[in-house]
Design a binder for this molecule. Structure first.
Ligand code: SAM
Length: 231
């Protein structure tokens, strides 16, 4: 990924813009607002009866979803193991210019946000008692993940219009396999062919209300035959 620019979204939170792809990292209607709606409310809060809760994120990017999940894990006293893959990690300079810590003000917010970015890749790091993070640098299409391991996936790749290869049956099959039976995948994208690819991979796909600026989003459930679910 070549150049990235830091820009503001409509709720004042920052995001990155990649001119080469003509893509923003978040909705221009509000980065924090979108993360809160799509990943925290429709994902984390939906699954918070699971303790510990194991989450996989496709596209760590700015770390906003991880940061908000880390804050919620602490406030809910919910043990969370969070894995995230990223092919093009941010530089220290980019991470330090994002305004999430000041907008999501919590004690020592900036320090904790930068700790997420500075934590080592490829191993599980304890960020606090309720949040462990494993960042993986690599390509989502090539990653090998444990089977029947995660409760929840935050699917936050760039839109299919610019990265169609991340919305295929093959990639969703990989996501399906790493989820437990009845595991959940949430995504801002609810396009017809994306839903069909999710369904072909084994998901039951529901359309639910989307964040501001978007009518709907997807919440998909991995329905596994009894024999596979026990593997
Ligand atoms: C829509 S952005 C969202 C990022 C992040 N969830 C956030 O809140 O900032 C998509 C992310 O996927 C990453 N990405 C693009 N291609 C990838 C690939 N093949 N494998 C893994 N990550 C990829 C991008 O670098 C970017 O960080």
């Amino acid at each position: 990924m070549k150049t990235r620019q830091i820009v503001k979204t409509n709720d004042d939170s920052s995001t990155l813009f990649v001119p080469e792809l003509n893509q923003h990292y978040h909705s221009i209607h509000g980065a924090i607002q979108e993360s809160q709606h799509v990943f925290i409310d429709a994902g984390f809060n939906f699954k918070k009866d699971f303790n510990p809760l194991k989450i996989f994120e496709a596209g760590f990017g700015t770390g906003l979803n991880a940061f908000m999940t880390m804050q919620n894990a602490r406030s809910e006293n919910l043990s969370c193991e969070y894995w995230a893959i990223e092919k093009y990690p941010l530089s220290d300079q980019e991470a330090s210019h994002l305004n999430y810590p000041s907008l999501l003000d919590s004690e020592s917010s900036t320090k904790h946000f930068l700790e997420l970015h500075n934590s080592s890749w490829g191993e599980l790091n304890k960020m606090h008692d309720f949040f462990h993070l494993k960042k993986i640098q690599g390509d989502l299409k090539e990653i090998e993940l444990p089977t029947n391991y995660f409760d929840l996936i935050y699917y936050d790749a760039f839109a299919p219009s610019s990265q169609a290869d991340l919305w295929t049956i093959e990639v969703f099959k990989k996501m399906y396999d790493c989820l437990k039976n009845n595991g959940t995948l949430v995504s801002y994208c609810v396009k017809g062919d994306v839903r069909r690819n999710m369904a072909a991979a084994g998901f039951k796909v529901d359309k639910i209300p989307g964040p501001p600026g978007k009518r709907e989003m997807a919440r998909a459930t991995a329905i596994k035959p009894q024999s596979d679910a026990s593997k």
